[in-house]
Design a protein around this ligand. Structure first.
Ligand code: FYN
Ligand code: ADP
Ligand code: MG
Length: 576
């Protein structure tokens, strides 16, 4: 009998190993999908996970696998899993982990790593890197598991860290040596931990609720701002109940659009500047007073000290981060909103009608002003013509998930495309990061099973464009529309020296992005008019076939940095 035969005869029933303990620990906790790029030392981990019935979705670059995991976390309230190889693969995934943490999306980045002893003596191992130390400042928590018997606890700690309190990204370091370690199967099973109640309700204090309602009652011009924390909370009915019972105009942040349909009579989205400036009491629900809200002060917010803020958030330290919060309500959004609703009773007075009337009027006039522009059938297309077409498609198919990135493409789509259901608009989030497109689209398709429409600037698309192969490989119902205006912001910049290089913001003119899709067996369409665009997108959404529509946009139509051009520093000595 050879040595190998001895091993296979005696050991299979008695032993388990690091690979299988990790998979069993994830499955025990209801985590059933891994977004990954295979390679040393985790290739077999992916294989075994698939063999064990997990969904293992393999990408072309780790950043997109990481973005998919982050979005899976946002959509499911379970930590999204990303699995990468060591050093460079880990670093590629780390951008997504940091972005997830910034956006409060729960995810776990699991990376294989090299030999600890060699790393710590810096002796030059294959892909040598102290990954744990590098990850630590960029995520919510970071752990390393050295022994097979600690896998259950290690995975449990990662899950709890990702989900509890303010959700975020967790790094889990998996040394190659751990994966092959064996232990007694029964002892292994017993070492696994089922995480009980990882995000327990956090009930606000009665005093905080009463203080918030007193302030809200005293308001003459109240405003509610809904952020993506409110979308994450999946307390959709309670949030809608609170907004409607209060009668207060609300402003959705970008990824909170659809919590109530954008056509809701209380939506102040189309009167954004007015409500920010003129409101006197602002209730933030799962939204932060960061750059996207001008930090709660300055010109956008009207005269100094003209506001008081109520803030509902699970993270106590968010309070007073930018301006004084007069009424902090700390707790999970579901519990806070329910407590507010109950304490409001049945006789809540609607806000003064001169205020609600002023907001409604402004909304109506802005909507009316935009309407005719959305009907144009110009060739080449402008943003309004092209997005007007997509707006009508989403109106008819409100369960479509919209993914959106770019500069002008992002900004115009945000205000033009109405969203009707919660968590149906996924975009660049807190950092304004480019490159989330295909990763988010894959996760949206996998996690929701709904059709996905990814509206992408041509530059933004380039960051994750190779993942169209992934979309075709898994035959996902994703329709990508590339807004092709030959460059970044617009395609008209010239090299002022007259030299041979084109300007840094300019791409190949009339690039045929749709042919990329055909290369992988998907459908490619070249669309020059809103009518052609409409036909192509409807066909894609109805067939569910992976499709890329190259939408030709007037290269002069965009503006520098879209609506955030003010963030560009200006040179006093040079003229553009
Ligand atoms: C909104 N508006 C509308 C509508 N919806 N008018 C008519 N109809 C509808 N449906 C109006 C709204 O009242 C505003 O006008 C304007 O359109 C823009 O609305 P928006 O997009 O909500 O507001 P704004 O000012 O752009 O918001 C600021 C912001 C946002 C910082 C929150 O720009 C944002 O989320 N930016 C992210 C940018 C980013 O990350 N870019 C990636 C970097 S790309 P007024 O009320 O008149 O103001 C690298 O360059
Ligand atoms: P937006 O960009 O849409 O304004 P942010 O991501 O800046 O939203 O803010 C989301 C906020 O929601 C964060 O401060 C986060 O702590 C909070 N949050 C996330 N999930 C919950 C929850 N379940 N309950 C309460 N607050 C939450
Ligand atoms: Mg462009």
């Amino acid at each position: 009998m050879t040595e190998l035969e001895t091993v296979t005869e005696v050991e299979p029933h008695d032993l388990t190993d690091g690979f299988h303990l990790i998979i069993d620990a994830l499955k025990l906790n209801g985590l059933d999908t891994i977004y990954t790029v295979p390679g040393i030392p985790i290739t077999d981990l992916g294989r075994f996970a698939q063999a064990a019935g997990m969904r293992v979705i393999s990408f072309r670059h780790e950043q997109h696998a990481g973005n998919a995991a982050a979005m899976a976390g946002f959509l499911s309230k379970k930590p999204g899993l990303c699995l990468t190889v060591s050093a460079p693969g880990f670093l590629n995934g780390l951008t997504a982990l940091a972005n997830a943490t910034t956006n409060c999306f729960p995810m776990i980045l699991m990376s294989g790593s090299s030999e600890r002893e060699i790393i710590d003596l810096q002796q030059g191992d294959y892909e040598e890197m102290d990954q744990l130390a590098i990850a630590k400042p960029l995520c919510k928590a970071a752990f390393r598991i050295l022994h097979a018997e600690d896998i259950g606890i290690g995975v449990a700690r990662a899950i709890r860290a990702a989900l509890s309190g303010r959700p975020g990204g967790v790094y889990l370091d998996l040394p190659g040596k751990l994966l092959g370690q064996t232990m007694d199967a029964e002892a292994g099973r017993k070492s696994l931990v089922e995480v009980i109640d990882p995000a327990p309700p956090q009930i606000p204090s009665a005093g905080a609720v009463a203080r918030a309602l007193d302030l809200l009652k005293s308001a003459k011009r109240p405003l509610i701002i809904l952020g993506k924390g409110a979308a994450y909370a999946q307390a959709d009915a309670e949030i809608r109940g609170l907004v409607e019972k209060s009668g207060i105009p609300y402003l959705p942040m970008s990824m909170a659009k659809g919590l109530l349909p954008d056509t809701h009579p209380q939506s102040a989205a189309a009167a954004r500047s007015l409500v920010l400036q003129k409101s006197d009491v602002v209730m933030m629900i799962g939204a932060r007073l960061n750059w996207l809200l001008s930090h709660g002060k300055g010109k956008a917010w009207g005269p100094p000290h003209s506001k008081q803020f109520i803030q509902i958030d699970i993270e106590p330290r968010e309070m007073d981060s930018n301006v004084e919060i007069a009424a902090p309500v700390v707790g999970d959004i579901g519990s806070c909103v329910s407590a507010l609703l109950e304490a409001m009773g049945d006789n809540w007075d609607a806000p003064p009608s001169d205020w609600t009337g002023e907001v409604t009027e402004k909304v109506a006039s802005n909507v009316e002003r935009m309407a005719p522009r959305l009907q144009n059938n110009n060739v080449p297309m402008d943003y309004h013509g092209a997005l007007g077409a997509l707006r009508r498609i989403i109106k008819d198919r409100p369960d479509t998930v919209l993914v959106n990135e770019g500069a002008n493409t992002l900004d115009f789509a945000r205000s033009i495309i109405d969203i009707y259901q919660p968590r149906k608009r996924l975009d660049v989030g807190t950092w304004g990061v480019m490159g989330i497109g295909m990763g988010f689209a894959v996760a949206a398709a996998i996690e929701t099973g709904k059709p996905v429409l990814a509206v992408e600037g041509d530059s933004a698309f380039g960051f994750s464009g190779m993942e169209i192969e992934t979309i075709c490989r898994y035959n996902l119902p994703v329709c990508i529309v590339v807004f092709n205006n030959n460059g970044i912001y617009r395609g008209t910049d010239v090299n002022p020296t007259g030299g041979p290089d084109v300007a840094p913001t300019v791409f190949v003119k009339d690039a045929r992005y749709e042919l990329m899709m055909e290369a992988f067996g998907g459908r490619g369409v070249y669309a020059t008019s809103p009518d052609e665009l409409t036909r192509a997108v409807i066909e894609a959404l109805e067939s569910g076939k992976p499709t890329l529509v190259n939408a030709i946009i007037d290269e002069q139509a965009g503006t520098e940095s879209g609506r955030i051009g003010n963030l560009n520093p200006q040179s006093v000595v040079a003229k553009k």
